[in-house]
Structure formats: C-alpha cells, structure tokens
Design a protein around this ligand. Structure first.
Ligand code: ADP
Ligand code: MG
Length: 682
C-alpha cells in the first residue's frame, strides 16, 4: 500500500492499531512522527572483540556459538537465563533476567551476536543482560555490533521494537521525507541532506555522525517554528481588521496623572507600544511579559481607558476567580474615578444583559465565555496568564466581537519565557517586556535553609510576625501537578503539625484548591485584613495574589520545584515597600541541589532563572506540561545562539523567496499540520 509521511502510523506494516495506540503515549501519531522520534542517546557497541580479551567494565560486542542455555529458578524466586557462548579464543557466561522465553528462541549450536557490558555474575566473568541477535546469513544487525540508538519508551514499546520498525520503514519506504531546503542554502550552512539525516540519526556509523544528524533535524524544527510564526503574522495582517482608535496625548495624560504612583520607564514604553498598535487598522497582537509584581495591570488599564474613550468595550479574562476579583478591585479603583464603568462577571451569578451592553470594562473568568454573556462592541481583549487558556477558549472569546472586526488583543504573562524561545516561537507577536520593578521595591532576601537550621528559622519567622507585625506564607512541597487529594492531605498534615507543635500562639489557616470558592475568598480576605498570621497552602494556589503586608514566604521541599516556580512563589511577597524574605527549606544534603537553590539567593530576574532551569533540568518546569507541542530537541538547542541565528536567517530567506511557501510543498505540508501551539491566534 502507499504510505505517506502524514499517514497514521497504524498503517505501517507490522505496527497496526494496537501498537499505534501505545505509540500515542510517545506523541507518535503519524509516520513522520515515528521517523522524527529520534534517539536520546546511543550505545556504542561498534567495538567487537574476542572472548579472551573481555574484562570487567567493557562495553563490547562479541560473536560466538551458543554452547548451552537454560532457565534457572533461584530459591529467592528469581528467574535467570544463563547461557555459555564460545569463540576461537574462549568462553563466557551470559546472563539475562526474567526472560523465560529465551531458551525457546536461542538454542545450543546457534551463532549469536551479543552487545553489552562485562561484569561479574557471582564470581564468574559474565555479560549481563546484553542485546542479542542470532547470526543468519544476509541479515542486518540492528541491536548488536554497532552504534545502537536508545529511544524514550513506553509500556509495550521498547527501544528494540522501535529500532526494528523504524529500520523497516526507512528501508521499505525510502521516499517518505524530502529535502525542502534549496541546495545553495544547505551549502551555506553546511547542513547534511534531510533524507540522510533521518537515516543516520537512527542508524549512524559513529555517535558523532548521529549527533550531527540530530542537529540538522533540530535546525529544521527551528526553521519550521519561525516559518509558522511568519505565516501566522502574514495571515493576521492580511485578513484581520480592527477599528483604529484616535488617541490624543491628553487621553494618555489623564490616565497617567490619575495614578497613585509614577510609572516605571518600562511601563511607559509598554503603554507607548500599545498605544501605537491601537492606532492601526491591523489589530494589535501583543504579548506583555513581566515578572510578578512588575506592574502589568496598569498597562492593561491604560489600554482599556483608551478603548473606552473611543467608544468600545474591553474584556479582561483572568484564569481564576481570585485573580479576576483582584483585577476588578485594581481596575475599578483606577478607572471609576475617571468615569468608566467596570463589571465583574463570575460563574453562577445572574447577569443583567441590558446593563452589560453599556459597561466599559468587563472582568471575569471563563464565565465570560458563556452564551448568556453578550457584548455589543468589544474593541479590546486582555488575557492574563494566557498559557492557562486553550486556543478554543480564546477563539470563543474573540467571537464575542462584532463579526466584521477583530478586537485588539493584549496577552499578559509572568511565565518567564527565555528571550531566545520567545523570539523563536512567538515571532508573530509583538513583544513588550517589563524588566524594571517599581521604585522602592526591594529584592526579596532569599536564603536556603539547611535541615539543621529548621527550628531557628521557625523562631525567626515568629519574631518577624510578632515584632514586625509581618505575615507569612508557608507553601507545602510540590507533590503532584494537579491539586489531587495527595497534595491536599500532605498540606493538611503539615498545617496540623505547624498549628499544634510550632506556632500554637499564632493564627494559622490552610488554603488549597479543593476548597469551595467562597471559602477561599474568605480565607484570603482574612489574610489580607491581617486576621491571619500565617497562611499555609499547596503550591498550585493562586500565584498572582497581591497582599503587600505579607513579607515572609517559606517554601517546603524546595528541591522539588524548578527555579522559575520558586521565583513565582516568592513573588507573592515583596509587593509593598517593606523588606521581604523567602526561606527555602530542603531536606536534601546534596551539594548540586543546594547549589541550584542558592542561585535564587543572588538572581532576582525571572527570565534569567528560566535559562538556568533549562540548562539544569530541561524545559519541564517552565511549562509544566507538554501542551505547548515544542519538540524536546528544540529546547536543548535554545542555548546555542548560532543555530538559532542561522535558522532564523534561513526562515527569512525562505519567506522572501516565497511568502506563502507554495514552492516548498513539504514545508507547506508541515506548516499546515504544525503542532506548535500558538498563544494568540485563533
Ligand atoms: P503583575 O505584573 O504581577 O500583574 P501588578 O500589576 O499586580 O503586577 O502590580 C503589582 C503591584 O504594584 C500593585 O499593587 C500595583 O498597584 C503596584 N504598582 C504597579 N506599578 C507601579 C509603579 N510604577 N510604582 C509603584 N507601584 C506600582
Ligand atoms: Mg498580574
């Protein structure tokens, strides 16, 4: 049958529906996905030697004849397969575990190829759990005697299985993947041919060759991401129209002069960026990135004010009810004195539709998306912490606008996206960054507290609370990503302990995501008003809350968090002008762990910490999940400025030679099926 790169993987001979189901766990849906499932490392078994030369610690391949093979069942219940293999120079014991079927497929007299490491079994020299292949005339070896690819695996899908299926695919269907880069471009950047790279990334002659091929594929992913951005930008600019606002300087000044503080330079610049966008008929599509506490809300406020002055409504969507309420308070206090009307829309509240049509600013959660909520003339949409909303929800929100016009869009995020990633991935968005913190904001003094200083630290916190009238957050260790009962139980236990054994004299409350909304709001209000001294919480609870009197943040099990996560958590304090503190508790004694955490003592900049995270732990922490669809290998390349720069140049060359990529059919195909989740396109 014919097979294309886009064919579902189940149509590959020897795969079928049931393996296809398992492959889904690896994100492999199509034939192309399988070919691009590149090894994360190689075992170099290319060194074949004779049995007499084996010694412990070697990683080798040997070829020989099976003299005997049998199952051994030990008294302790272990199931061992033991074989003896000989060549001209000697004999060696070979051991496997729990593979009872082996004596059925390997027999005395068989010629066998083995690859693995040499060690001791009991007091005998042995090859333990090696890869094996029977030697048959004309059969190519995939698992032994060569550089062998090791893949990420899943239940029922081993590296061995992947190797054989990928090999089959590459040999039986050699024309699935085609080069899309013109030769001259390939030559300038010294890139191997794509067909060859795909082949050798799986089955290289040397490890170096494999790594060079992987680099070519990474390069492609980067080019693809940037072409996707260009493409989205082109479509946006060609197809979307907004109403252009008129913005006399007096409008801006009215807003700025009414603020209770002076704007930072970055805030000024961001407001200017936004204002320039709003004057155009191409709708704004801007990402405002700034650390927690950098003052993003005011920038949104300025845009909303302008929008209202032009006779249009604004919508602000926040990811949680608490954040929506907080925005409502902030925005109302800024803009109602200037004559604007602001309304909060939450789930479960009965809405007065007639009134809404006249409201200047609507703030809310997902409830904004309900059918019953109608808007008549939306000119601006602001989305806070966009990564928590799906593409679908954003599209739905958009559909609330008058049908012929696209509202201007401002997305705000405190997720510290490293600059290189932002530029690569979000090239279609305009970017404003708030680097500077408002004046008077002191860096949060941060200490890593070792095990033996725990009691002293508890005492210190008590003093801060009693003598300085401070308040503290205590965040429990990260247990699971979602607010499962396990996390809640752990937090509850910690809370009981603190209340009964440590701070009997203070008022403690527990906050977690499984609580009812009303209960959460009450707890936070009690904390805000100073009634509660210490708020104990799970890690997933509202990062953006703004309680200026809370100055102590204590985090348990700090080693379980990424630096960016810790930075976000500590951003809950240090929001007023008082000195704030962050105490990181860890039970770990490992110096690498302590050193990693200590980075927070000196670095107070979110994106810089994110770069550290990427170097140390990979991207997992940054985004929390894999929804973003960015291939793993792209992350490992982000530290490599050359490859980023080159891929950008190539993307630019491609788009200049053919803005719609029609003459690059395979690139076109990949753009169409691109999985890269766009953060602001619908
Ligand atoms: P975030 O960027 O985390 O959303 P917010 O917009 O919530 O930050 O601002 C955090 C706090 O800083 C708020 O209390 C806000 O009123 C205050 N703030 C914002 N800009 C300034 C400024 N230029 N000077 C002083 N305080 C500011
Ligand atoms: Mg905010």
């Amino acid at each position: 049958m014919t097979l294309a790169a886009t064919s579902p993987v189940q149509y590959v001979p020897r795969i079928g529906p049931s393996f296809a189901k398992k492959l889904e766990h690896l994100g492999i849906l199509t034939v192309r996905d399988l070919l691009y499932h590149t090894p994360f490392r190689y075992n170099d078994f290319s060194h074949t030697t004779s049995i007499a030369r084996l010694h412990p610690g070697m990683m080798v391949s040997v070829n020989g004849e099976v003299k005997q093979i049998k199952n051994i069942f030990t008294k302790t219940g272990r199931k061992i397969q033991e074989a003896v293999v000989t060549d001209d120079t000697g004999s060696i014991t070979v051991i496997w575990f729990n593979q009872l079927f082996l004596p059925k497929i390997i027999h005395a007299g068989d010629q066998i190829a083995l690859s693995g490491s040499v060690g001791f079994f009991g007091n005998k020299l042995a090859i333990e759990s090696p890869e094996y292949e029977l030697i048959v005339a004309d059969k190519i070896h995939l698992h032994t005697g060569r550089v062998v690819p090791i893949y990420s695996e899943t239940a029922g899908i081993s590296s061995k299985w992947l190797r054989s299926r990928i090999y089959f695919l590459l040999t039986e269907y050699p024309n699935l993947i085609h080069e899309y880069l013109p030769d001259n471009i390939r030559n300038i950047y010294k890139l191997p041919k794509l067909e060859d790279a795909i082949q050798t990334v799986h089955f290289p002659k040397t490890v170096q060759e494999g790594e060079a091929s992987e680099k070519r594929l990474t390069f492609d992913e980067l080019v693809l991401m940037q072409c996707t951005s260009f493409e989205q930008k082109r479509i946006w600019e060609e197809t979307k129209r907004a109403s252009a606002f008129t913005i006399p300087e007096s409008i801006q000044n009215t807003f700025i002069q009414a603020l209770p503080f002076a704007l930072t330079n970055d805030q000024h610049r961001a407001i200017q960026d936004v204002t320039n966008d709003l004057k155009k008929t191409i709708p704004m599509n801007r990402l405002l990135e700034g650390d927690v506490g950098s003052g993003k809300t005011v920038v949104a406020g300025a845009a909303m004010f302008t929008t209202a002055k032009n006779g249009y409504q604004s919508i602000l969507m926040a990811p949680t009810q608490i954040l929506a309420e907080q925005h409502y308070q902030t925005i109302s206090s800024l803009l109602t004195p200037l004559g604007l009307t602001v309304e909060l829309i939450l789930g479960g509240t009965k809405q007065d539709l007639t009134k809404q049509n006249k409201t200047d600013i609507m703030i809310g959660t997902h409830a904004l998306l309900q059918n019953t909520v109608l808007f008549s003339h939306v000119g601006l949409i602001v989305i806070d912490e966009q990564q928590r909303f799906g593409v679908y929800q954003r599209a739905l929100l958009r559909s609330k606008a008058p049908s012929d016009l696209t509202p201007h869009l401002l997305t705000m995020t405190a997720t510290p996206i490293p600059r290189t990633l932002a530029l690569t991935m979000y090239g279609n968005l305009s970017l404003s960054i708030l680097k500077e913190m408002p004046i008077g904001r002191l860096p949060i003094k941060t200490w890593v507290v070792p095990k033996e200083k725990r009691d002293a630290a508890y005492e210190w916190i008590r003093k801060e609370i009693t003598a300085q009238n401070a308040q503290a957050f205590i965040v429990c260790p990260f247990i699971e990503e979602s607010e499962s009962m396990t996390s809640v139980k752990a937090a509850t236990k910690e809370f009981e302990h603190l209340k009964k054994q440590v701070y009997q004299d203070l008022t403690l409350e527990l906050l977690h995501g499984r609580m009812k909304q009303a209960e959460k709001t009450k707890l936070l209000n009690d904390f805000r008003s100073g009634k509660t001294n210490i708020l104990v919480s799970t890690p997933v609870v509202e990062v953006g809350i703004d309680i200026p009197n809370a100055t102590v943040m204590m985090i348990e099990g700090a080693e379980r968090f990424g630096l960016s996560q810790l930075h976000q958590l500590r951003g809950r304090v240090g929001r007023g002008d008082k000195q704030s503190y962050c105490l990181l508790f860890t039970e770990s004694m490992e110096s690498t762990t302590i050193d990693r955490l200590k980075i927070l003592e000196t670095v107070h900049n979110g994106p810089e910490l994110a770069e550290h995270d990427m170097r140390i732990r990979g991207q997992g922490d940054l985004f929390g999940n894999r929804q973003h669809g960015i291939p793993e290998m792209v992350f490992s390349a982000l530290g490599d400025d050359r490859i980023i720069q080159n891929s950008k140049e190539v993307a630019q060359k491609l788009i200049t030679s053919d803005p719609t990529f029609i003459s690059f059919p395979h690139l076109r195909e990949r753009l169409n099926e691109s999985k890269i989740q766009d953060i602001a396109q619908d």
